[in-house]
Design a protein around this ligand. Structure first.
Ligand code: ATP
Ligand code: MG
Length: 183
């Protein structure tokens, strides 16, 4: 699966709709401190189903909504949309019928998050599983946060094992087994 476009609206510092086209090859994002580079990567993790506010550098998930600035009022919602090039039909079954797979996550103040894939309402779990089965997602070892390398070096063996399981693409299986055990 290849990410082809990321669109942000009201997400953190990206108050106006902003589109990042992800072309073939390497994409670099450069800019001065505080311009929103890390926010972009967080938007990518968030739309894939990240549910830990702390890893979005907030205390609650609504902290991803544009909080206002001296000249702009705060927003009531944040939305991120991710386009995936599915022309090779590599998306998991159930998400595989179109050339582009679009995933949208929107959070509204006091109403929580809602997800859509290709315009259809889905659950957070559906989106998380879609990415887990494709060996990627919000916790993918391919997404390295600022400061994460030193965290990894100091990690306990159990936490390192989770990283290896995600790299091996079996974390979706573990999640399903865990859910089956709870039933
Ligand atoms: P550095 O080079 O220091 O790593 P960066 O380009 O990664 O910087 P970010 O951390 O992505 O910068 O952006 C931080 C900016 O985003 C800060 O100015 C912060 O005020 C702003 N920001 C974060 N959350 C919100 C929010 N909910 N509403 C408005 N602005 C926000
Ligand atoms: Mg940063």
């Amino acid at each position: 699966m290849r990410f082809s476009k990321l669109r942000l609206n009201g997400f953190k510092s990206f108050v106006d709709p902003t589109e990042l086209v992800i072309a073939d090859g390497l994409t670099g994002v450069v800019g001065p401190n505080g311009c929103g580079k890390s926010n972009l990567l967080e938007a990518l993790r968030w739309v894939m189903g990240e549910n830990r506010a702390k890893s979005m550098r907030g205390s609650g998930m609504e902290d991803v909504i544009f909080a206002g600035a001296s000249s702009r009022p705060a927003r009531n919602f944040a939305e991120v949309s991710l386009h995936i090039d599915n022309s090779e039909r590599l998306a998991p079954a159930g998400f595989n019928d179109l050339d582009t797979l679009e995933i949208i996550r929107r959070i509204t103040r006091d109403a929580g998050s809602a997800y859509k894939t290709n315009g259809k309402d889905v659950r957070a779990r559906d989106v998380q599983m879609l990415f887990a089965d494709a060996s990627t997602g919000a916790h993918s070892p391919a997404l390295v946060r600022q400061g994460q390398i030193s965290e990894l070096i100091n990690a306990r063996p159990k936490a390192r094992r989770r990283i290896l399981e995600e790299a091996a693409g079996i974390s979706g299986l573990y999640q399903r087994r865990h859910e089956a055990e709870l039933k």
